[in-house]
Design a protein around this ligand. Structure first.
Ligand code: PBG
Ligand code: ZN
Length: 326
């Protein structure tokens, strides 16, 4: 059935008509806001590579938590800058460190806010890799698993609702699920960074989290951006091992993967709109080359159209405000 019988413009003529046939809608419940917690007192320090986002010490964290809850954003994902680093990253499971302390504070003062915690070792190891090293260069998969399990259990003890392991070790979901269950946390969910690519879009995050590898790269554990079928195998594996929610990361350059995962698996799907994607928008907006609000809303709606439900984004506070204005 072609022109002139079908004229697609008929249903585009007014905003009400357009809203009637609109297929996807971004809402505030889709958003997860990343927070960076640091040791010390009285810290609210803007992150240079992520303008509009801050390093927060525990005592000032309520400032942003009030804003998040007031805007009705349902969840945060916590990243920590530890007070010490070593070869195994043991500060990652230290109950006195910022992430664990922040979980306790949120559970007590903001009981309805969903706490997601990133489980990785790169912020906590002195070499900046996501696991323990053998021969000083390759990450030993199976020696890393029990450490990741310890981190997950420490987060659950502190009050985390969802554990989000981002380390890309084989068998990580199984190891974490088993440890959570053994320790009485069978109710704590796992959001697996299932299809996480070895991407150049993580640069601004690594500057913010001080987590860049001091030597080498992450290509031995994160996925090759050239691959698509492999992403489906990764997701299948994580679901088999007990992932409740699966993730594709980064988002923008991997929208095809989001769609394939959505069409193939019956699991809640999250995308991570990563730091490099955010930084590019902020830089172009600062130059006056793009309309930040419209670009951000178009992009976030695009993630929903591609098949994602949850969106981790540094734009969450702005997006929630813009959604409220509409
Ligand atoms: C830790 C981790 C990274 C990100 C989330 N968790 C960095 C990395 O893998 O190097 C990146 C997030 C972003 O770029 O916004 N492994
Ligand atoms: Zn890592």
């Amino acid at each position: 059935m072609g022109f002139p019988i079908y004229r697609p413009r008929r249903t585009r003529a007014t905003e009400n008509l357009r809203s009637m046939i609109r297929e996807n809608k971004l809402s505030v419940e889709d958003l997860i806001y990343p927070l960076f917690v640091v040791p010390g007192k009285n810290v609210k320090h803007e992150i240079e590579s992520l303008p509009g986002n801050y390093h927060w010490s525990l005592d000032r964290l309520p400032e942003v938590l009030d804003e998040i809850t007031e805007l009705k954003i349902p969840a945060v994902i916590l990243f920590g800058i530890p007070s010490y680093k070593n070869a195994t990253g043991s500060s990652a499971w230290d109950m006195e460190e910022p992430v664990q302390q922040a979980c306790m504070l949120i559970k007590e003062k903001y009981p309805d806010l969903v706490i997601v915690t990133d489980v990785c070792l790169c912020e906590y190891t002195e070499h900046g890799h996501c696991g323990v090293l053998e021969n000083g260069c390759t990450v030993n998969n199976d020696a890393t698993l029990p450490l990741l399990a310890k981190v997950a259990v420490s987060h659950a003890k502190a009050g985390a609702d969802i554990i989000a392991p981002s380390n890309m070790m084989d068998g990580y979901v199984q190891a974490i699920r088993a440890a959570l269950d053994e320790n009485g946390f069978s109710h704590v969910a796992i959001m697996a960074y299932s299809a996480k690519y070895a991407s150049s879009y993580y640069g601004p995050f690594r500057a913010a989290a001080d987590s860049a590898p001091s030597a080498g790269d992450r290509k031995g554990y994160q996925m090759d951006p050239a691959n698509s079928d492999e992403a489906l195998r990764e997701v299948a594996l994580d679901i088999e091992e007990g992932a409740d929610i699966v993730m594709v990361k980064p988002a923008l350059a991997f929208m095809d993967i989001v769609r394939r995962v959505k069409d193939t698996f019956n699991r809640p799907l999250c995308v991570y709109n990563v730091s490099g994607e955010y930084a590019m928008v902020k830089a172009a907006a600062e130059k006056g080359w793009i309309d930040e609000k419209r670009i951000v809303m178009e992009t976030l709606t695009g993630f929903k159209r591609a098949g994602a439900k949850m969106i981790i984004t540094y734009h969450a506070l702005d997006a929630a405000r813009w959604l409220r204005e509409e």
